[in-house]
Design a protein around this ligand. Sequence first.
Ligand code: CS2
Length: 496
Amino acid sequence: MTASRPGISAPRLCNGTLPRLPASMIRPAYDRTAAAIGIVHFGPGAFHRAHQAVYVDDLLAHGGDWAISGVSLQSSGVRTALAPQDGLYTLAILNETPSWRVIGSLKELLAARDDPEPVLRRLADPATRIVTMTVTEKGYCLTAGGDLDAAHRDIRRDLAAPERPVSLIGYLVEGLRRRRAAGLPPVTLVSCDNLVDNGTRLRQAVIQFAGEHDPALARWIGEHATFPNTMIDSITPATDDALRARAAAATGLTDAWPIQREAFSQWVVEDRFCNGRPDFAAVGVTLTGDVAAFDRAKLRLLNGPHSSLAYLGLLAGHETVADAMADPVFARFLNRLMREDILPTVTPPAGFDLNAYIDAILHRFANPGIRHRLAQIAWDGSQKLPFRLLGTVADRLKDGADIHRLCLPVAGWLHVLRGTAASGATLVDPLADRLLSIARRCGAGVDADVAGFLAVDGIFPPSLAGNATFRRSLAHAYAVLGRAGPTAIRQALATA
Ligand code: CS2
């Protein structure tokens, strides 16, 4: 190890080593021991630590008991990494000139699988006033229609033994049950995931679950708890060893799990908090009466193109978003897709210029300071595509508009699934088994292949899957991309 790249020999980041940080580095500007926990967050992964935890770090500098208890539902990896660091971690902000800071808002780390009781106690603590979550689309256990998926293994389990939950919804309902039994007010439940109407969906799932065994609890939740809708945005590539080394070089301390993100960050929240809230506006959060317009603009114009780059870019042999954006064929295709096919389906929030929004997104995607792997964005396609692309396709069909360009990324996803099945690589998707078995049966002809995937109604709503124009257009895109090889993919995009 050289002096400029301290590795295992450098001391570990923790409360005790904070004074060793370079003087210029931003660090918690408040007494971490004094700030009490007021927020419980499910899913303290990279996105939460790059986004919400940073807003809360800024808030804590203004005072108030809003520190975060981070709850991991599945693994104990975050706790293992961060507990020895007293919850501290390094954040790299990757603009043209990177900057670094140390975040201190995560005050407690709990691993629910190891012991659910501390999590339930925290949810039922009178000091807890807000419960937030980033558990990704699949963490809500919803059907395609937006209902709670009562057939989901974890939901079945939790309905049978609600006092020892394993699912997010099970935890929330048991926590609310305990609060009601103790005569406490409920909490505000804030979904920070990329779902259309995320708060409304969460509310429906929680009330549906509670209603299964305790209708009075369901009524109490419906009347007293609030579930604001939110829009969240900041590009956050996964942590890798290169980042660990850069963080160590920047701080002089070892951090087991530093986080990286772009400079841009946005959080829009409906101002419906039932049990108090901090002054979010003071730290740059937009509080509004209606998030829907922001939400759809972001899901369709940022996440839709992101997933499009992921599938088409992987097929063309690109590795990162910036690599694909540096390919003029991709940049031009994306630009047309966004302006000609997606923009007409988006109603902008008041005073919002959609073309300027698109310019900014294209600029963010092209950021050479960020290595955002397309393979990471390609995860969980079955959960993402309905919100990101299929709603747009349905709206364009309703308007009688052309959908040929929009079908290319959807067809690209099908080819990525086929490629994954053929190579035997792991597919990260809750529907992996089903999708891979369909992919393995492919090869009987374009129409049969496409029909196999369209039959998965958890992804393709029957009204879309049964639409003759969509089937024809998707089959055409699938055939064009099937001519294999990066050159054919680029040619398909160049002429689309
Ligand atoms: C990305 C998002 O991984 C993905 O699917 O599209 O996580 C995206 O980076 C964020 O939503 C940006 O806010």
